[in-house]
Structures are given as C-alpha cells and as structure tokens.
Design a protein around this ligand. Structure first.
Ligand SMILES: Cc1cc2nc3c(=O)[nH]c(=O)nc-3n(C[C@H](O)[C@H](O)[C@H](O)COP(=O)(O)OP(=O)(O)OC[C@H]3O[C@@H](n4cnc5c(N)ncnc54)[C@H](O)[C@@H]3O)c2cc1C
Length: 432
C-alpha cells in the first residue's frame, strides 16, 4: 500500500495501516516529514514553518501523541486585544485561569453583557459533542450570523471575534461555518493551547517515530497516479520510477490532490479555496509584546493579524538572553514582497506595543519570513450537503483520500482524515 504525503493525515493513515499488519510505504516530496507541521532551528532560534499551536484537547490527534515527551508549554488562555485608539486589553477564560477574571472584567475589551454571552457560549460549546458541533444546523450558518443570533454586539463581533478568527483560522471575515467556532471553543474550554519545546515539528516527528524508519521515503515526489482498468494500480515518481500497489492513499494538500486526480480524469468532491499567511520572525533583546497571551491586532488598518513573543512561552526558542517574536500577516498583504512586508510589520509591532522605547524596536532583527500560501482551506457554510457522512472514497477504486478536508482545517481534522482513510481501506480490502 502506498501513502502519498507525510503530513499529519498521511502519517496517521500509515500508522493505522502498519498497526493492522499491512506493508505500507509513505512517499513524501519534501526532505523531511511533517507537511505543514515542521520546524527549523536556525542560529539557536526555533522557527515553525508558520506560527501555529496545538490544542491539547484534540481527541483524535491525541491517540498518536505522547504529551509528556513533547514537553508542552502552555499559552495563557487569553488574548491581548490591540484596539484602534484605546491601547490594549486582556480578555481570557477565567474558568481555566482565575487570574484572568479581574482583567477581563475591568479591561474593557468586551462589554459586560458580551462577557457573559462568551461564558454561556463556552459552556454551550463544551456541552456539545464534536459531531454535534459539525451537525447541519451549525454547518449551515455563518459565524457572524450565529454570533449575532446569540446577541453579541457588533463591537464584540468585529473587535474580538474577527481578529480571534484571524489568529485561529487565518480568516477574519467570519463567513466560516459556525461549526468551526463551536469546535474551537470546545477545544479551548477542554484543554490548553500549547507548543512543544522542540517546536511544532516535534509533533509530526513523534508520529513518524511510530513507524519503522524504512517505511517513509522522503525526497520522493509522486508525479502521476497510475490506473489499470479504471482502478488504482500505483504511482509514477518524479524520476520515472513506477511503483505498483493495489491501494493508494492520497494524503497530499488539496491543490496537489485535485491536480493528480484530475490528470486521470477523476474529480474529488472537496474544497478548492485555500487561505495563506506569512509569519515573520524577529530577534529582540526585550520581550516587546510581553506575556503568554496571543496578541490580536483589532486595529482597522492592521497589517499584523496576530503576534507573540514566543520566548515568553518557551524560553528555549532563542539563545539565552534573546527573544523570538512571531508576527503573522494574512490575505493579500501576506503576499507583498519581503522588504515591503517587513517594513509594514515593524511599523505595526511598534504601534502594538507603544509603551516600549524606539531603541527596542530598532534593535529588532529579521530572522526569517515564512510564506505558507496554502495554510488552511476556507470553510464556508454548507447549505446543501451539511451532515453528509465524510468518506475517504474517491471516484477511482483503490484510491483513497486522507485529508483534513474530511473534517476541519486543523491538526485534529487531518488526523481524522488519516484515520478515516485507513479504516475504510482496511474494511474494504479485508473483504476482498
Ligand atoms: C501557518 C499555519 C498555521 C496553522 N495553525 C493551526 C493551528 O493553530 N491549529 C491547528 O489545528 N491547525 C493549524 N494549521 C493547519 C494544520 O497545520 C493543517 O490542518 C494540517 O497540518 C494538515 O495536514 P495534512 O496532512 O492534511 O496536509 P499537509 O501537512 O499539507 O501534508 C501534505 C504532505 O503531502 C506532501 N506532498 C504534496 N505533494 C506531494 C507529491 N506530489 N508527492 C509526495 N508528497 C507530496 C507534502 O510535502 C506534505 O508533506 C495551520 C497551518 C498553517 C500552515
């Protein structure tokens, strides 16, 4: 059996197939496993390939992780909101961290009635099962309409939820289906937000270690899918090598998956619209954006969507005495050239933390500009097929799809996609 792609979805599929005693080979185009969940250590700085976080409550992903060995470092369960002309305000989950009660109540980030609505929303989401979060009634309504129907003020929707969504879903429009909001709130309520001491790449490295080393072949790009009598028969690699297999699990990103299947005349029924972002990493002598809460930039003219001094969360992410700042830019602005982007982000950072002196801002050194044009896929409302059971089957017999698109654009969504593909394949091939 061949698995194409060694991101979270491909790794989970391969682990399940291996555990079921099947001979499996994973073909990965990149020099290392992990896909979107990778880390590079450069001059003592730990740089994820785009800033991202782990929700420790993710139930399916957790089946493959050892949290203790990952040495997770939690964020404060809060966000620091940067407002147009009223400075910053902290708002957080006081049920998770009591010390957040007073600042949330007195900081003025949200009016008191909306704070109470937030509390009720948290408890409501926590009380749902994950399947209920994704049921048709929530999948068919946009986050903006859902929040308005729960009575949230326009100020809170635009001033908190829009940048909050920018930080989590890389999309500030709030056109995403409400299911994702409920899922996110449930995960936030049930666990912590954290990063491993070794960077997010430690997650996929740990998963890969569940497979014998010879199973995964990196630097091995699949050029084409091969069919025989309309059925999957294997793949052709970039170097022309043909590998035969009765079953092929396609665990690539959705753009590659569409291209590979369309080249054999098949059509996948999955989203096409992708969301990109760029994370800029800076070295600093001081923690310019202090604290362990994510800074959400709610200013109307924001370039930076969200930022954090990562060394406030994990001191080991930088050499002793130095700090690492990650600032993420979304949408069209994320595509500007390096010089333009860097200048705009530096300007924004100085406005976000205006209390710090100019010398501290001048001392910022750009370490890396990480562009991820395909970070997540858009998850708009599902008017017609909401609630339809996800399947890993494709129009081509023997070709299976393992992807986050089976569930949600998240690490847990990808793990679910991998698990689904392996289980459907095993059920079918067991019956063959
Ligand atoms: C910047 C950023 C921030 C994010 N933030 C969060 C977050 O905070 N929380 C969260 O839960 N999720 C977050 N996500 C989303 C999460 O990372 C993804 O949902 C998940 O990693 C998708 O995994 P995947 O296995 O489906 O796809 P991928 O990780 O894209 O894996 C696909 C693999 O296929 C390989 N491949 C592609 N083409 C070929 C080919 N022709 N031959 C062989 N191999 C091929 C690729 O190299 C890659 O390794 C974020 C993503 C990004 C990029």
């Amino acid at each position: 059996m061949l698995v194409v792609g060694a991101g979270v979805a491909g790794l989970v599929a391969a682990i399940e197939l291996h555990r079921a005693g099947r001979a499996v080979v994973v073909l990965e185009a990149a020099p290392e496993v992990g896909g979107r969940v990778r880390t590079t250590v450069r001059d003592g700085f730990t740089l994820d390939h785009g800033f991202q976080v782990l929700f420790t409550a993710y139930p399916v992903l957790n089946e493959y992780l050892d949290h203790g060995a990952l040495k997770l470092h939690p964020f404060q369960p809060a966000a620091r909101i940067v407002r147009d002309d009223r400075g910053t305000a902290l708002v957080g989950d006081a049920l998770n961290d009591l010390s957040l009660l007073l600042p949330s109540l007195t900081g003025g980030a949200l009016p008191l009635p909306d704070l109470l609505r937030m509390l009720r929303l948290r408890q409501f989401a926590k009380g749902l099962t994950i399947d209920e979060c994704f049921a048709a009634r929530y999948a068919a309504v946009s986050t903006r309409d859902f929040l308005a129907a729960r009575g949230f003020s326009a100020r809170t929707i635009n001033g908190f939820f829009a940048p909050f969504y920018g930080g989590i879903l890389l999309d500030r429009t709030l056109t995403t289906r409400a299911s994702v909001l409920l899922f996110t709130f449930k995960m936030l309520a049930e666990g912590k937000t954290a990063v491993p001491e070794g960077g997010m790449g430690a997650i996929t490295a740990q998963m890969a270690a569940l497979l014998p080393a010879e199973v995964i072949r990196c630097n091995t790009r699949v050029r084409a899918l091969n069919l025989e009598n309309g059925r999957a028969a294997g793949v052709t690699l970039d170097d022309g090598t043909v590998l035969q297999a009765q079953d092929v699990v396609l665990a690539t990103d959705l753009v590659t998956a569409h291209a590979l299947t369309e080249s054999v005349g098949a059509q996948l029924h999955e989203p096409r619209q992708v969301l990109g972002c760029t994370t800029l990493y800076y070295r600093a002598q001081t923690a310019l954006l202090p604290g362990r809460a994510l800074w959400l930039n709610a200013r109307r003219d924001a370039t930076v969507s969200h930022a954090i001094t990562l060394t406030e969360v994990v001191a080991a992410y930088a050499p002793p005495g130095q700090h690492l700042i990650a600032a993420t830019v979304l949408g069209e602005a994320a595509t500007h050239d390096d010089a333009l982007l860097d200048a705009a982000v530096r300007k924004d950072l100085s406005r976000m933390a205006p209390g710090t002196n100019a010398a501290a801002h001048d001392a910022l050194a750009t370490i890396a500009i990480w562009r991820v044009p395909l970070s997540q896929y858009a998850q708009p409302v599902l008017a017609n097929n909401a609630g339809a059971a996800a399947s890993a089957r494709t129009p081509v017999q023997g070709l299976w799809r393992a992807s986050e698109t089976a569930h949600s654009s998240s690490l847990d969504g990808a793990a679910r996609g991998g698990q689904l593909a392996a289980r459907e394949l095993l059920n079918t091939s067991g019956a063959r």
